[in-house]
Design a protein around this ligand. Sequence first.
Ligand SMILES: C[S@@+](CC[C@H](N)C(=O)[O-])C[C@H]1O[C@@H](n2cnc3c(N)ncnc32)[C@H](O)[C@@H]1O
Length: 261
Amino acid sequence: MPLEKNELGWDEFWAELFRVRHRRSLQGIAEYDKMVVDFCIQVLDLKQNQFILDIACGAGDHSILFSKNGLKVTGFDLAQSLVDVAISRAKEEEIEVTFYKGDMRDLTFSENFHAAVLLSHSFGFFDHEENKAVLEKSHEALVDGGRLLLDLINPYNVPRFAKTWTELEGGYLLSEPHMLDAQAGMLKGRPATFIDIEDSRLVLMNQDALSNNDIRMYTALEIKELLEDVGFKKIEFYGQNKLPRMPYSRDSERMVVVATK
Ligand SMILES: C[S@@+](CC[C@H](N)C(=O)[O-])C[C@H]1O[C@@H](n2cnc3c(N)ncnc32)[C@H](O)[C@@H]1O
């Protein structure tokens, strides 16, 4: 008998599958997160009890680590399913973090934070004007001298993603490689299929789940211009999201941008 096919959206299915179940299955992910958080604290020059905003925080992995490092953390994500996981993790670990469901285009903070971060390439989901508005609102959320950190894929060194099969709790995940639309400067979402063994069904991505992962890539020059346009003063670039601080170049693993208000 053929398996039943379901097309499901980002928040109703894929957010939890990718950002929780799949992420947990990645070898060394806890060590990776610790390195990213240590790097952020150092390059953002953060001190105990300062306030940090984790924009598009996913299931809260980094927010929780920032909090364990003595920072006052607010994290938000578009997916309620991820915010729920983040809240229950923080509760389990008896850690105080403010998590809420929110859209980065609707940020309304005003001079509340010493730093804001967009980690794991969570910038560039929208058209150019909306992307710029996210930077504008992030600028507004920072105190004078506050810093914004963007951890981006290096557009000159986009990883060659492969087709992969992964065994996860409840089934198997087949992920297609990312497609790069070079003319549009767009890294397209990775289509995936989940073979749900528990419920004997195939889960496919609907348009919402697919487009949630489309990312407009910016070069260093373009992002610098955008950040300066919205009022950031000092813009620095690093070639990796872990210590030691490495200069940014064509072959760098990442393009990390730190902008000071
Ligand atoms: C690549 S994940 C990164 C998650 C987390 N920062 C990490 O490093 O693990 C991108 C996240 O952006 C969230 N997202 C997508 N559009 C958003 C929006 N408009 N506002 C807030 N979060 C959004 C997704 O739900 C997803 O959790």
